[in-house]
Design a protein. Structure first.
Length: 347
């Protein structure tokens, strides 16, 4: 989280300036909260240059519920959709979607240990698919799509949970974009959905209202009580990103930060990067040491030096440095110094 956001939230937690009431106490029907939600939406539209013809939704259930809502809304009973499987959450998205309807795997890099995303020429796309789903950044394996897959006229659906607003986003290329907020957008509890308006009419009337994009859009994301505090934090984070210079500046900083670690990996015989160089993530840098015992010692000694949470996801092991938008360059520099010293003394 950006520190100025934490400071502002801390101030408003007891009482919003001039209102004598905490943001935690306000009705979601109050003018303050309605204005706050509208401002958050307006700021997101500015930040990501979202054109008219797209709606923004603030939903609950995390990115994981989108794995189900996308097919429930966009896939008809006689249709099929394509999924590109490039990592752990892409695989979960596939499994969840398969519970709803017919899904083809257009490509998977599972046999390559998800060390890269599929090449364009590997994609077996159905021109009549209801949509193509892909995962823009593979949080656990540390790979990222540098350009969107070319899917022709078929609506492209992206899970951008772990690289949302880390770089410019070409919204007109997409039918639907979603992200759980807790990485680059704030805290868990709200999921941002950006949907092209023509897709709203696909929501079947038979869907439970809470699961219908169309119903949620009609209700202004307030069919029930929205997660006001999470949206408030999201609004502060978006304002911070705008103040920093927007998405081009985020991209510049993220590239600079990630490159510091990748340069070290490339110059070392001791550390071995997991992702193939062309597909490296700027958000999650994954690497291995010569053996698991050294990896454990690395994580323990790093934690003792104040560099915490470096162990890779339990499903893949290794080391993972998650360096989201708000993570400062100084933190990356400290990690790189620690890595050099660890290699010198233990390598
Ligand atoms: N997709 C990606 C790319 C993720 O990184 C995550 C969470 N780490 C999820 C989906 C699941 O998100 P949530 O916990 O909001 O359901």
């Amino acid at each position: 989280m950006p520190e100025p956001v934490l400071e502002e939230a801390q101030r408003d937690l007891f009482a919003m300036p001039g209102l004598g009431m905490s943001v935690l106490e306000m009705s979601h029907r109050s003018k303050t909260i309605i204005d706050m939600m509208e401002q958050a939406e307006a700021d997101i539209r500015t930040l990501a240059s979202i054109p008219n013809g797209y709606s923004l939704l603030f939903l609950q259930g995390g990115a994981s519920l989108q794995f189900s809502m996308v097919p429930m809304n966009l896939l008809s009973p006689d249709g099929q959709a394509d999924h590109i499987v490039s990592g752990h959450f892409a695989r979960v998205a596939l499994q969840e979607a398969q519970k709803v309807g017919r899904i083809n795997v257009a490509a998977t890099t599972e046999t390559q240990g998800f060390a890269r995303v599929p090449y364009q020429e590997e994609l077996e796309l159905d021109p009549n698919a209801a949509y193509v789903h892909f995962t823009a950044n593979n949080t656990i394996f540390g790979t990222e799509w540098k350009t969107e897959p070319d899917v022709g006229k078929v609506p492209l659906v992206a899970d951008i949970s772990s690289n949302a607003f880390s770089k410019p986003l070409d919204v007109p290329k997409y039918g639907l974009i979603y992200a759980g907020a807790q990485k680059n957008l704030g805290i868990a509890g709200v999921t941002l959905v950006i949907i092209r308006d023509d897709l709203l009419s696909r929501s079947p009337d038979s869907l439970p209202t809470m699961l219908s994009y169309q119903a949620q859009q009609k209700a202004g994301s307030a069919f029930n009580t929205p997660p006001v505090f999470a949206i408030y934090i999201l609004g502060l984070v978006i304002k911070w990103v705008l103040q920093q210079g927007g998405l081009p500046e985020m991209a510049r900083r993220n590239q600079e930060k990630a490159q510091l670690i990748y340069d070290l990996l490339d110059s070392s015989e001791f550390y071995r990067g997991h992702a193939m160089p062309g597909d490296r993530s700027t958000m999650n840098v994954t690497f291995r040491l010569p053996d698991e015992e050294l990896e454990q010692r690395f994580a323990d000694q790093a934690a003792a030096a104040g560099l915490t949470d470096l162990k890779g996801h339990r499903s893949v092991g290794g080391i993972r440095a998650s360096i989201y938008n708000a993570f400062p360059k100084e933190g990356v520099t400290a990690l790189v110094s620690f890595m050099r010293e660890f290699e010198r003394t233990q390598g």
